[in-house]
Design a protein around this ligand. Sequence first.
Ligand SMILES: Nc1ncnc2c1ncn2[C@@H]1O[C@H](COP(=O)(O)OP(=O)(O)OP(=O)(O)O)[C@@H](O)[C@H]1O
Length: 260
Amino acid sequence: MSTSDVLLSCEGVTRRFGGLVALDQLDLEVKRGDILGFLGPNGSGKTTFFNVLTGIYDFSDGQAHFAGENISKHSAQAVYRAGIARTFQRSRMCLSLSLFDNIMVGNHKHLNLGLGFNLFRRGAFARDYEQRYEQARELVRVFSPNLADRMSEAVGGFPMLDRRRIEICRALISQPKLLLLDEPSAGMTHEETHQLMGDILSVREHTPELSIIIIEHEMSVMERITDHCAVLNFGKKICEGTYQDVVNNPQVREAYLGIE
Ligand SMILES: Nc1ncnc2c1ncn2[C@@H]1O[C@H](COP(=O)(O)OP(=O)(O)OP(=O)(O)O)[C@@H](O)[C@H]1O
């Protein structure tokens, strides 16, 4: 792998909570345009890695370079501005707000929030709003043309599959270089999960340079959408390779799949 292909490079990333080592000396690389599957049993440190990388938790040790920049000491806002966006395991939406408003929450780095602009430059504000609206709508259309016609409806009226789509759009609207998806299938049926994964593959077709790390327990999803996978157990990386490599690895079968 040439250095310029590497978007994210983590070395020895460690996170301790008191005596518990939730993430233990993790080395990981993600190439530009790659989809990395992040696997491991419950409590193995996957979400902790997302929280450390996105500045929610401090690094206890180690470092991460993203697009050539050391982001180990960045705040959550600085990580977002550098180009990493994420979704959360539990759906986090403002249910009474419209689909469009929920997506715009994710776009504040591109919005002009100046009081003078918003109060006195009404024409420029209206043009800006129109442009943002169309941009959000185009993005939603990649997921579902039907949803793109319902931009002003309150999110509380949408089923879980659509809420997950909207959450991913909220992350994508900031045009990140790296998207972190934390168990996007949580709370969905098998069929809905497969539809959502089809959507993620469409996103990839539209933005081939986007890299994705996805945490997911549904193995068929990992098989379908990932370029390679890394497996954690008790905070340590125990295996890395293609989906086939990791599912055939004896350590992974024992730790994750419960097969000896
Ligand atoms: N804020 C915290 N304070 C203390 N311990 C924590 C904290 N966050 C996570 N942990 C612990 O760190 C370990 C790793 O948790 P984490 O949520 O990262 O696992 P996970 O692999 O994402 O699990 P799951 O698949 O269930 O979401 C667990 O033992 C968890 O209890």
